[in-house]
Write a new protein. Structure first.
Length: 380
């Protein structure tokens, strides 16, 4: 197989009007690469990475999709992980322009006869018929192409960055990329998953205060995405203080493997967490215990003012004195959530490894300082 020739053919087909043919060519090339040698796959991922910056974002996204599939077959992630960032950013910026154009065109079609449901596109809060998209394309074809390419782009990007955490760290620090994702918001499924991925904790220190026993612990999170994953891993890392609170025991080995990224992404098991985590702002300074209804948090699934839900992203915690701080309570604290959460055996990103490192109990002086910092912070 002459890979360069095959990739050029794929580019031409992807740029053409026949999506079914493009899918067939893409599948055939993937099958060939899966059956190739390790060295051939390594060479292939470098060649694919050099092409994902194609001027047509639809073509680039599908080339990246091929590359992501080859990663799953065992190719090294870094060449693709590094290559996708710039074309993804270009696509995001153009997609934002498309949304602006869609807002302008929406009033022009809202009073027209409703088209067939099959010919209607839901773009965020808008419902646009194909005729409106055609009109927008006449103004900026690339903007339309870019927006719809995001439904493809996020898959290889998630695959590559989940396997190469250092590149993910660089992407998290890219303010232009974050701003571009925020500008598109939830109008695209792709930006939802990209925004979630970019809140992965990578060597993030965390202080956990346990008010019932007046103790404090320090941990470092790496690869932890959401509060459900964090809670399962904490059941092991903080097993001793949790036992003294009368909370649930250590999660089963299969659940821990799932949350560490060492087992399947999803299993039928679950873990019942009879303890609760709160942001530090939920502390009642008079009782020095967290209380429901004191602070409203924001999670991908909505907002609330009780203990943190499974989908809350710990990396979004507002810092206190430069650190992220959580409050942990057992199952029977007055004024706090009294229910137990059943956490499903599923992690968000299949290829992303996670761990809690360096769990240690803080000394009396540091413990006093952190409790005082929280009391002062919530009283300010």
């Amino acid at each position: 197989m002459n890979l360069g020739t095959e990739l050029k053919h794929l580019e031409a087909v992807l740029a053409g009007p026949d999506p079914e043919k493009a899918s067939d060519v893409l599948s055939g090339l993937f099958d060939s690469l899966c059956n190739a040698s390790e060295t051939e796959r390594e060479d292939a991922i470098i060649d694919i990475a050099s092409r994902v910056g194609h001027e047509d974002p639809h073509v680039g996204a599908h080339l990246a999709l091929l590359g992501g599939a080859v990663l799953e077959a065992g190719a090294p992630a870094r060449p693709l992980a590094r290559a996708v960032r710039e074309p993804l950013l270009r696509a995001l910026k153009k997609a934002s322009l498309f949304l602006s154009l869609a807002q302008k065109f929406a009033p022009l079609v809202q009073d027209s006869a409703p088209p067939d449901e099959a010919d209607v596109f839901e773009i965020g809060d808008l419902r646009l018929p194909r005729s409106a998209l055609d009109s927008i394309a006449r103004v900026d074809w690339l903007a339309v192409r870019s927006f719809f390419s995001l439904a493809v782009w996020y898959r290889p990007v998630v695959a590559a960055w989940s396997m190469d955490v250092e590149t993910l760290r660089e992407a998290e620090a890219d303010t232009a990329l974050r701003s571009a994702i925020e500008a598109v918001g939830r109008a695209s499924e792709g930006t939802y998953w990209l925004a979630t991925l970019l809140e992965t904790t990578i060597d993030v220190p965390l202080v956990i205060l346990v008010p019932e026993i007046r103790e404090a612990y320090s941990v470092t999170l790496r690869g932890v995405v959401d509060n459900g994953q964090l809670s399962v891993l904490l059941s092991e890392a903080l097993a001793e203080p949790l036992a003294r609170l009368g909370a649930s025991g250590v999660a089963g080995a299969d659940m821990l493997d799932v949350m560490r990224g060492e087992g399947p992404q999803k299993i039928g098991a679950s873990y019942t967490a009879a303890f609760h985590l709160y942001p530090w702002q939920a502390m009642d300074p008079a009782k020095m215990l967290p209380q429901d209804h004191r602070f409203e948090w924001h999670a991908p699934g909505g907002t609330g003012d009780h203990s943190l839900p499974p989908d809350f992203l710990p990396n979004t915690l507002p810092p206190l004195r430069g650190m992220r701080v959580l409050l942990l309570v057992g199952p029977a604290v007055e004024g706090c959530s009294q229910f137990s959460r059943v956490l499903a055996g599923c992690r968000t990103f299949g290829s992303l490894r996670a761990e809690i490192k360096g769990a240690r109990k803080l000394g009396p002086d540091d413990t006093t300082r952190w409790f005082e910092a929280v009391r002062t912070g919530v009283s300010a």
